[in-house]
Design a protein around this ligand. Structure first.
Ligand code: ADP
Length: 770
């Protein structure tokens, strides 16, 4: 390392040149040594700096040794600088001492360098295995770091996939339409997993095959749907497990899902299709559901072929579950929509049916109203005129005949009312007219009417009223008489030979009497002030079959379909009787031992017993006398378009002593009323008139006639329905009179009106409605 000495000029001809060259070499060496020494000194400084700042470096000692070695090398070179000078023989003794010292120092430094370098070499021999070990660990760590990076990548991918699944689930669940759900699933799965294709196969109606129903790219419209048998082994493999399955691309399902022949690896998963019935009673636990199949196809690029990774398979399974849930919700919605549509249809049908029923009811009401009017108008004439005739001078024979006409027409009128009012009976709006009457008289009347009928057929007729039957009672005598006549009439009608007997008795409440064998639970309820009357009508006639008995009290039912032809009748009588008897808190039943063995009809009705024997009954007579006095000279205006009715009503009013004026239209009526000083107290106004009907006339009177000149307005109508009556009162009429009307009824009606006027309390509820 160190230079060994300085050069001297060579002997010969170019000594000067040689000397110059040597001098140059020496200077170069000197400079080099200086620079080497500087470099050597700088290296330990850097090492010291490194060691002082490196806390973890394990080989400090070696570095220090190495540093010392370098410093010593540097010093050796540094000392060499002083060796470049004149040769020893050219030096003085003092300079020779210095040169010796330099050589000594150089030697010492060389020895020290040799030692340190040997020590460093030995140390390095020891630390090389350690260094190699460090290297191995470093490689191991590098490997581990790479692995960690990979795992981090997977975690990130999974996180990404999870995010996609959440988004996908959100997309799928945001709709409840089956097709949107499936299409969204396809689109989102393809996007998330970067698929080549994705298909959905739905089970067909028979359940024996799966049809391709949804696909990412729609194929050209297939003439026949693309199907795969449900028995296909791959299909079976998929539906047997809830996990996603990797399938062979060349299986039936794979081939059908790979129409562009670019496909790579394929996976499939089942989609359970739950039906609404599966949810009845909560979440289904075990259901025999049918399955759709979702097939996912990876791209099949040449070279690097992608395979299904576990997290992708997991994701497909999660998506399949979500799709199944969304489809089940859609199924619930579809079902409820179907139900709603069905309900809408049913509602429409019901609406239609209701409209038809309303039309039918309107038609029936119109028919009833017309019939009411058409039948009652002649009946009105017969009843009114015969009651007038009755008042005239007649021989006893004529009086008897007129009596019969009056009674029969009154009965006929009642019957017409009953038939036409049957609907009122059914909806419960018909009420009994309770008034005091003599029970034996009514019973006798029934007997007197029936007897000639029985006798006319050559039948024995027995009529017996027990002595304990009360005389004075309160009830609806007309309905009672009607019921009796109906039952007795049937007995006579259905009996050819033999007898008909009618026995009327007071019902015993002790239970020792015959009850209805079909309804043994019914028995009279004891009630203070009331009595039960038992009427038993027995005949030896046609009789009734056991099976027919329960039906006979239904309307329009006859035991035998030929009955009407042979005996007449409508099948309405017993139904009416039952209603009336029920209104009288009673019961009616029929018994027969069979055809040809006669029948027994029993009915029990409740009547109120009258404690004061005569006062109540005599009242009508007292009232009649009072009426005559009250109605004398009363100014009444009659407005009716029907000439017969006008005559009849006028005659009735004349007979009552009224001062009657008759007009035939609404206009004439208004004109009559507006004449100064007309002074009419009562206006009898027919409701059914052409041009201006009674309602219109009543309203005009209210508007045009001064209150003090306004008469009491009484509607004359043949219309029995409640609506007509209500309307009359709504527009401010004072009373309603139902045609036909007898003299007595007309008298009572007018008197009641006037009485109410006096007490100023007449109105809808006090008006006269029959
Ligand atoms: P109608 O007498 O108008 O046919 P009802 O309602 O009064 O109608 O009677 C219904 C049916 O009951 C009759 O058609 C008849 O078959 C049967 N019936 C009623 N009373 C008798 C009876 N006394 N004897 C035999 N059958 C009867």
């Amino acid at each position: 390392m160190a230079a060994t000495g300085s050069g001297t000029p060579a002997a010969g001809c170019n000594c000067e040149e040689d000397w110059g060259l040597q001098e140059l070499i020496t200077r170069c060496q000197l400079a080099s040594d200086f620079l080497i020494a500087l470099a050597y000194f700088s290296i330990p400084l850097e090492l010291v700096y490194f060691v002082s700042f490196s806390h973890v470096f394990p080989f400090r000692w070696v570095i220090i040794q190495f540093g010392a070695f370098i410093v010593l090398c540097g010093l050796t070179h540094f000392i060499s600088i002083w060796t470049y000078g004149p040769r020893d023989k050219d030096l003085g003794p003092q300079e020779r001492d210095v040169s010796f010292l330099i050589i000594l120092a150089q030697t010492i430094l060389k020895i020290a360098t040799a030692l340190v370098s040997c020590a460093t070499a030995i140390t390095l021999v020891h630390i090389i295995p350690e260094l190699l070990h460090v290297k191995v660990r470093e490689l191991f760590l590098k490997h581990k770091a790479a692995e960690l990076d990979r795992e981090m990548g997977i975690i990130k991918t999974q996180e990404e996939a999870g995010r996609h699944v959440r988004m996908l689930t959100h997309e799928i669940r945001s709709t409840l339409d089956r097709h949107t759900i499936l299409n969204t699933t396809l689109v989102e799965l393809v996007k998330t997993l970067n698929l080549e294709n994705c298909t959905i196969w739905m089970p067909n109606a028979e359940g024996n095959a799966l049809e391709l129903t949804h696909e990412l790219e729609r194929r050209l419209v297939q003439v026949f749907p693309l199907t795969v048998s449900a028995a296909d082994p791959t299909v079976q493999k998929i539906v047997r497990t809830s996990q996603a399955v990797v399938i062979e691309p060349n299986c039936e399902l794979g081939k059908a899902s790979n129409h562009r022949h670019l496909a790579g690896a394929m996976a499939a998963v089942r989609l359970p299709l739950l039906h609404v019935s599966n949810f009845k009673g909560g979440t289904p636990e075990v259901v025999s559901a049918s399955y759709a199949i979702l097939v996912l196809v990876l791209p099949g690029e040449s070279g690097h072929r992608r395979t299904w990774r576990p997290h992708e398979i997991e994701m497909v399974e999660v998506v399949a579950d979500q799709v199944a849930v969304a489809l089940s919700h859609a199924a619930v919605l579809e079902d409820s929509q179907r139900t709603r549509d069905k309900l809408v249809e049913q509602n429409k049908a019901l609406q239609q049916a209701r409209q038809e029923a309303e039309t039918a009811i309107r038609a029936r009401n119109d028919f009833l109203a017309v019939m009411n009017h058409e039948m009652r108008t002649p009946m009105h004439a017969i009843i009114a005129l015969s009651s007038l005739l009755h008042e005239g001078n007649l021989s006893s024979e004529q009086r008897g005949m007129v009596d019969t006409v009056v009674k029969s027409s009154s009965l006929l009128s009642t019957l017409i009312n009953d038939v036409l009012d049957f609907s009122r009976l059914e909806d419960g709006s018909l009420h009994l007219e309770m008034q005091p009457f003599e029970l034996p008289t009514v019973l006798r009347e029934a007997g007197n009417l029936a007897k000639p009928m029985a006798k006319g057929k050559g039948l024995d007729f027995l009529f017996d009223v027990a002595a304990d039957v009360p005389t004075y009672v309160i009830g609806d005598e007309k309905r009672l008489l009607q019921t009796m006549l109906n039952v007795i009439g049937n007995a006579v009608k259905f009996t050819k030979t033999g007898s008909v007997s009618v026995v009327v008795s007071l019902e015993r409440l002790d239970g020792f009497v015959r009850r209805d064998p079909r309804n043994p639970g019914w028995c009279p309820v004891p009630c203070d002030g009331f009595v039960y009357i038992r009427i038993v009508v027995k005949d030896t006639g046609l009789g009734v079959r056991e099976n027919d008995i329960p039906r006979l009290f239904q309307k329009f039912v006859q035991a035998d379909s030929t009955t009407t032809r042979r005996y007449g009748g409508t099948g309405l009588g017993l139904a009416l009787c039952k209603k009336f008897v029920q209104l009288m808190n009673g019961h009616i039943w029929i018994e027969s031992e069979g055809l040809g063995k006669g029948s027994v009809v029993t009915f029990i009705v409740r009547l109120q017993r009258l404690s004061s024997s005569t006062s109540e009954i005599e009242r009508p007579i007292w009232e009649e006398n009072l009426n005559k006095a009250t109605l004398q000279g009363l100014k009444v205006l009659v407005t009716d378009d029907n000439s017969v009715n006008r005559i009849v009503t006028r005659r009735l009013l004349d007979r009552l002593g009224c001062n009657t004026t008759v007009v035939e239209s609404g206009h004439q009526c208004l004109a009559a009323l507006s004449q100064p000083g007309s002074g009419f107290k009562v206006l009898l106004l027919d409701l059914c008139m052409p041009e201006m009907d009674g309602f219109e006339v009543a309203m005009q009177i209210k508007q045009k006639v001064r209150p003090e000149d306004r008469p009491l307005v009484v509607a004359l109508t043949a219309n029995t329905d409640k609506g007509t009556c209500d309307r009359c009162y709504q527009i401010g009429m004072d009373g309603v009179v139902l045609k036909p009307i007898s003299l007595a009824e007309m008298s009572n009606t007018l008197c009641n009106l006037l009485q109410n006027l006096k007490s100023s309390s007449y109105g809808p509820h006090n008006g006269t409605v029959r």
